[in-house]
Design a protein around this ligand. Structure first.
Ligand code: FE2
Length: 219
């Protein structure tokens, strides 16, 4: 129901290139605020979280996601995202909410099997929550002496799990769908929507140094 409503009232769906992505990423920009339609109140909760002390902002935003996204609203949001256009070649981002003041942007990501992000750090704080399916997250540590990152850990993020972090080289990761089911996740970044393609992911060179990833509990 919600999906068809969005499609009918959002004729201006655009595809934009992600300029700093190692692989092409389809970004579908909606003219309506999907977030306010499907999860009323979440955008305001995130805005309040952004007004706090800088160190705490990503943790407060993550908490806002966890508190607002109950089973019913998660199911509605996933249903809507699954009804939207997507790329068969690479993961797809859907703009859910652009803060009018430019403090944050909320997107949903659809990951079909085998799709994943490049290895990247962030220019900005971020928080995300898996809405359906299971994502794999690989963690990398940055070696300043050679200006490369090496893999040191890999975990799985099932629906309901959430993660947050500050911008910087101490949080480098790669998200990937290793399973056979489509994954949907929601992500919040501390930038305005116009900079989504250029000011979120900082590409990182990965070392070929052999490391054995280990399974560890999710954050
Ligand atoms: Fe990321």
């Amino acid at each position: 129901m919600c999906g068809s409503f969005v499609m009918q009232t959002s004729p201006a769906v655009q595809s934009l290139p992600a300029a700093n992505q190692a692989t092409a990423v389809g970004v579908h920009v909606q003219s309506e605020s999907l977030l306010e339609l499907e999860v009323p109140g979440l955008a305001e909760s995130i805005r309040q979280a952004c007004l706090g002390e800088a160190d705490l902002v990503p943790y407060r935003v993550r908490q806002a996601l966890n508190q607002a996204l109950d089973r019913a609203s998660t199911d509605r949001l996933v249903s809507t995202i699954m009804s939207l256009p997507y790329s068969a070649q690479t993961y797809t981002r859907h703009l859910l909410y652009a803060d009018p003041a430019g403090m944050f942007t909320v997107v949903a990501l659809r990951w079909d099997p085998t799709q994943g992000s490049p290895v990247h750090a962030h220019y900005t704080w971020c928080a995300y929550r898996v809405l359906s399916g299971v994502l794999s997250e690989s963690h990398f540590e940055y070696d300043r002496s050679v200006e490369q990152a090496y893999l040191f850990n890999r975990v799985t993020r099932a629906a309901g799990q959430s993660v947050c972090g500050h911008g910087g080289m101490d949080f480098i990761h790669r998200l990937h769908n290793d399973g056979d089911q489509t994954v949907v996740s929601i992500h919040v970044y501390g930038i305005d929507a116009a900079r989504m393609s250029t000011h979120v992911n900082r590409m990182v060179t990965v070392s070929l140094r052999a490391e054995t990833p280990s399974q560890a509990p999710g954050k």
